[in-house]
Design a protein around this ligand. Structure first.
Ligand code: PMP
Ligand code: GLN
Length: 385
């Protein structure tokens, strides 16, 4: 062990280790079924793996162009056009990133300065607020309204000030599985009209939407597309979270500013993976079947839990399901989650981890991106709680 003897003035004095790392480690330590961190336990398409192998053997192993492999940017432009009817220039408006996490962090550090305010809706994915704080920004939290986790637009309106630099939205929503409606986007459009506010739209679950609903991307609204950065993740769409490849799209001016930072954060992301993804993304059936695939898993899981004392909260997208355990215990979410790992052999995420003040509502989040075998085992364990 070595020790730094000086004083560290932390830019994130209150940050602990991410709940996803904590719970996955706890699951491994106790050999528990891991429904905590969001990742699939089934394999990536062999065709996609063969493509990566192919491009590696072909010698595509050196730095990719800084904004990303051209063919992948073109495939994303094509997808954005066919899915949402919007033209993005592959050359100027699309950048490939090392996962959505890097896109989010880099975008926040590109635009948020000391004392700028950023509006975040809670429960919120854990990477937004630390990125704002590390850059000197101030986080303004707005709570999503129970029971459906909807945006309280009157509260947002009150929160907007002349220091508001950015509003971060996420739909389909992690952890609640709620979706933004077209009317929500219209409210956001009206609220930001004639302002310099940048909208960051985390749409990593864009292709995982259930029950006949559709995903409403910010890029479909003229008043939003001109101020929005849209973030996506191939890890989520192609079951390859460990490949850490994602993208960001937005207006030319915003992407130019983004790239100033991106080039000094990672310069570029993984080359052979980008070539392989370009080929794979060209076939829309590779992502258009995702909703049906995951809806079947959600239904199997929720159906299995009818024999349990957990109460599922309706989930219309993502691969997460919230469960209310108030019929079982009064414990805080963290204590209850720890007990589930240690005594019942199953790891989940306490939803309090998505609130800055660790709000407790007797809710846990489970990931159902798992094989039927894993889900059956999980159902068996949860029914005994
Ligand atoms: N945003 C949300 C809402 C997420 O759930 C995740 C986790 N995948 C990310 C961003 C980060 O995605 P990536 O793994 O591509 O960095
Ligand atoms: N997005 C994943 C989740 O919500 C985890 C990502 C991570 O581990 N940072 O569980």
């Amino acid at each position: 062990m070595t020790h730094f003897k000086g004083q560290i003035f932390s830019k994130l004095p209150h940050a602990g280790t991410s709940i996803f790392a904590v719970m996955s480690k706890m699951a491994a330590d106790h050999q528990a079924v891991n429904l905590s961190q969001g990742f699939p336990d089934f394999p990536v398409s062999t065709q996609l793996i063969d493509l990566v192998h192919h491009y590696m053997k072909m010698g595509f192993n050196q730095y990719a162009p800084m904004p990303g492999v051209d063919r992948l940017r073109q495939a994303i432009a094509f997808k954005m056009k066919s899915a949402y009817g919007v033209d993005y220039s592959p050359e100027l408006e699309i950048t490939i990133t090392a996962g959505a996490t890097q896109a989010l962090y880099t975008a926040i550090s590109a635009f948020v300065k000391e004392s700028d305010e950023v509006i975040i809706f809670e429960p919120a994915y854990d990477s937004y607020a630390p990125a704002v704080k590390a850059n000197g920004g101030l986080v303004k939290y707005v709570k999503l309204l129970s029971p459906d986790f909807e945006i309280d637009w009157a509260a947002v309106k009150m929160m907007v000030s002349n220091r508001t630099k950015m509003i971060i939205i996420n739909s389909p929503h992690n952890p609640t599985g709620s979706l933004l409606k077209e009317s929500d986007l219209q409210q956001l459009e009206a609220l930001t009209r004639n302002s310099d506010i940048i909208v960051m739209s985390d749409e990593v679950y864009e292709h995982i939407v259930f029950d006949g609903y559709s995903h409403h991307s910010v890029c479909r609204l003229p008043g939003l597309v001109e101020r929005s950065l849209v973030v996506g993740s191939f890890g989520k769409t192609f079951h390859a979270t460990g490949w850490k490849t994602g993208f960001i799209v937005g207006p030319e001016e915003l992407i130019a500013e983004f790239r100033k930072h991106h080039q000094f954060v990672v310069f570029a992301s993984n080359t052979p993976v980008q070539y392989a993804l370009a080929d794979f993304l060209e076939k829309s059936e590779n992502y258009n079947s995702l909703s049906e695939f995951y809806q079947q898993k959600r239904d199997f899981f929720v159906e299995g839990l009818t024999a349990s004392r957990f109460h599922p909260i309706p989930c219309h997208g993502t691969y997460f399901q919230l469960l209310d355990y108030s019929a079982i215990s009064d414990e805080t979410e963290m204590i209850f989650a720890e007990r589930l790992v240690k005594e019942h052999g199953i790891a989940v995420i306490p939803v309090s981890a998505f609130y800055h003040n660790q709000e407790n509502q007797h809710l846990i989040r489970v990931c159902f991106a798992k094989t039927e075998e894993t889900l059956s085992k999980a159902i068996e364990l949860l029914c005994k709680v």
